[in-house]
Design a protein around this ligand. Structure first.
Ligand SMILES: [Fe+2]
Length: 378
């Protein structure tokens, strides 16, 4: 049996922010970071909230939100008796707000409406049941997984992403593509997740280069916001894979932005999962067939499975070069010394990562070493 459930109502494209006018007379708390306040971007939100009973701002969110921060946020929304919490920002703000509301609902035994408003097109956190919280005491990251973490409403308004710099657009966009590919070939993939992942890929391959080249291109921003959300819905149900498993380990050790770490790995993970060598004279792996189908839909050369997978990999590499994304760990600023010191720990962490369990091809030490070998070539 397969199942698919979408709890979050998604309001998207131009004027989606008008949704905020529907909740007048409510007490609201906005959970965000200092940049949103100092840059004035927050006014795009508060301008729509003039009829609210109260609007308070908790702007303490920092990257990789910690348990202490979650506790502070919990105190804040309890103090202001929020009926609505608005999560405004990237993955960190939305993840933190999800955890804070989850705790507050339990502590106070009441429902609080959570509205997620992403300001990057990447994590898909606005439609996922995950939140990553870092423990202050041991600095470990703990993923929270619960349906109750899902926001009630997600607002995807392109106006909020127009000023995202090209570097961040490229990194977060590659995160979207990784989410979609990993959902597409996940061992849990089903017809519903396939539809979402496939559409996310077609949108992202077409529009990411435009969003990167000209951030003010509203159509490209709208489409990348949609792609991010669709990919989020897909992986929320069927999981991710070894690309994220290794990227999490690399990110933790070397602080490479998440999407960039995913991008560096992606061509090699696709080759590993397609396992083309195994298909001489035999039925190709299902993952290979799925990659090939995307190549066909992207109108890349696809005379046979091998050509299709290789042309998809080449297309990804080409896209990365155009957006000046590094191809190796060295280009990403990691030193050989640091890499060799951490290599074992990275392999161990990647094997244990929860994402690796839904990878289509077996995840073992040899496979991870092979992939790491490609991203540390001279
Ligand atoms: Fe990701």
């Amino acid at each position: 049996m397969n199942r698919f459930k979408i709890k979050t109502e998604v309001r998207f494209n131009k004027n989606a922010l008008e949704t905020l006018r529907e909740f007048e007379d409510k007490a609201a708390v906005i959970i965000t970071d200092k940049f949103m306040v100092e840059s004035g971007l927050i006014h795009k939100i508060t301008d729509k909230m003039t009829g609210y009973k109260s609007v308070e701002v908790f702007d303490e969110i920092t990257p990789d939100p910690t348990t202490t921060l979650i506790a502070q946020g919990l105190k804040f929304i309890t103090k202001h008796q929020a009926d609505i919490v608005i999560a405004l920002g990237g993955g960190s703000s939305i993840d933190a707000a999800k955890a804070i509301v989850f705790m507050a609902e339990r502590a106070e035994n009441r429902d609080i409406m959570l509205i997620a408003i992403p300001t990057t097109s990447g994590t898909g956190s606005e439609v996922t049941q995950f939140a990553v919280v870092t423990d202050d005491t041991d600095h470990m990251k703990y993923p929270l997984v619960d349906e109750k973490l899902l926001p009630d409403i997600a607002i995807l308004d392109p106006e909020l992403v127009l000023s995202v710099p090209p570097r961040v657009t490229a990194d977060t966009g590659m995160d979207v593509i990784t989410h979609a590919f990993e959902a597409l070939v996940s061992v849990n993939a089903n017809d519903a997740s396939d539809a979402l992942a496939e559409k996310a890929l077609l949108l992202a391959f077409k529009y990411l280069p435009f969003a990167y080249k000209d951030g003010s291109n509203v159509e490209a921003r709208e489409k990348m916001h949609s792609a991010s959300c669709l990919a989020g819905m897909a992986f929320n149900e069927v999981g991710l894979g070894i690309n994220h498993g290794i990227a999490h380990a690399l990110g933790a050790k070397f602080h490479i932005p998440h999407g960039r770490a995913n991008a560096i790995l992606m061509p090699h993970v696709i080759r590993y999962n397609a396992h083309l060598r195994a298909c001489f004279g035999a039925e190709p792996f299902e993952a290979a067939q799925r990659y090939a189908e995307i190549a066909r839909k992207l109108r890349l050369p696809h005379d046979n499975i091998r050509i299709a997978v290789e042309s998809l990999i080449e297309e990804i590499k080409h896209m990365m070069r155009r957006m000046e994304i590094p191809a190796t760990l060295w280009e990403a600023g990691v030193s050989k010394e640091d890499y060799l010191r951490e290599k074992e720990a990275i392999i161990e962490a990647a094997m244990k990562d929860a994402c690796s369990t839904s990878n289509p091809r077996e995840v073992n030490r040899e496979g991870i070493e092979k992939i790491l070998g490609y991203i540390t070539e001279e």
